[in-house]
Design a protein around this ligand. Structure first.
Ligand code: SF4
Length: 231
């Protein structure tokens, strides 16, 4: 029987899988402690369960033909051993499978990649800056291994980086763009940090922050580049 510890569920969204109507399953547990995390209640692996997977499967069965996709988000979904079975069960119902991941477990990601139709991979910083962002000793090497696996698999993907000028400087962003391009990827979304719902006390991003971040220079380095949110 599939075991998946679920900390939240969104039955309908138009924003979590590009161009598709989706339900989002929020998986419990994440080993990192990013200061800007919007889902701190999902971080403990043994946190409270909001839904049982068999109940969600019954709900999804009632949404065949109405929803296109099921997105596994978190927390960090690849933390859980039951992820592959849950993806298989949702896929067998005819849904596309999406994954939101921070990519810290490349070997676990490799096991579920054949089941995935689209992945949103969070790139938090250039490799060396990961410990500062995640508040752990983790360096970003594993994340770039995950990126390599995604590119080799040919899975449709989005790379996104949460940005605030007090978290990542223009030099950090340029270093990150170098590492992404060196990996062979050609797209990037900069997500302006949103203070609502997270524990940080960072000031609101203003237009001059965007100018000083060198985003024009970044944009020129990617085939697909966009900035999400912000002033
Ligand atoms: S990796 Fe994602 S879920 Fe984990 S702490 Fe960072 S922002 Fe939160």
């Amino acid at each position: 029987m599939t075991t998946l510890r679920i900390g939240g569920f969104t039955p309908f969204t138009t924003t979590d899988y590009p161009g598709r109507l989706a339900a989002v399953v929020f998986c419990q547990g994440c080993p990192w402690r990013c200061s800007y995390c919007h889902n701190p209640h999902l971080l403990p692996a043994d946190g409270p369960e909001s839904h049982a997977w068999p109940d969600l499967l019954r709900f999804l069965a009632s949404r065949r033909g109405l929803l296109d996709a099921v997105v596994f988000s978190g927390g960090e979904p690849t933390l859980q051993g039951g992820l592959a079975d849950a993806m298989r069960e949702a896929k067998a119902m005819g849904f596309r499978i999406g994954l939101h991941s921070a990519g810290m477990y490349p070997q676990r990601l490799a096991r579920v990649l054949p089941l995935i139709d689209w992945i949103g991979l969070d790139l938090k910083a250039p490799r060396a800056v990961y410990p500062r962002i995640t508040d752990t000793s983790s360096v970003g090497e594993a994340v770039f291994d995950s990126l390599r696996l995604i590119l080799e698999a040919g899975v449709d993907y989005e790379l996104r980086c949460t940005w605030h000028p007090e978290l990542l400087s223009a030099d950090d962003l340029m270093a990150l763009s170098n590492e992404i391009r060196h990996a062979g990827a050609d797209r990037l979304v900069i997500q302006a940090h949103r203070p609502a719902g997270c524990g940080t006390r960072l000031p609101e991003i203003v237009a001059s922050d965007l100018e000083q971040a060198g985003l024009d220079a970044l944009a020129a380095r990617f085939r697909d580049f966009s900035v999400r949110g912000g002033p």
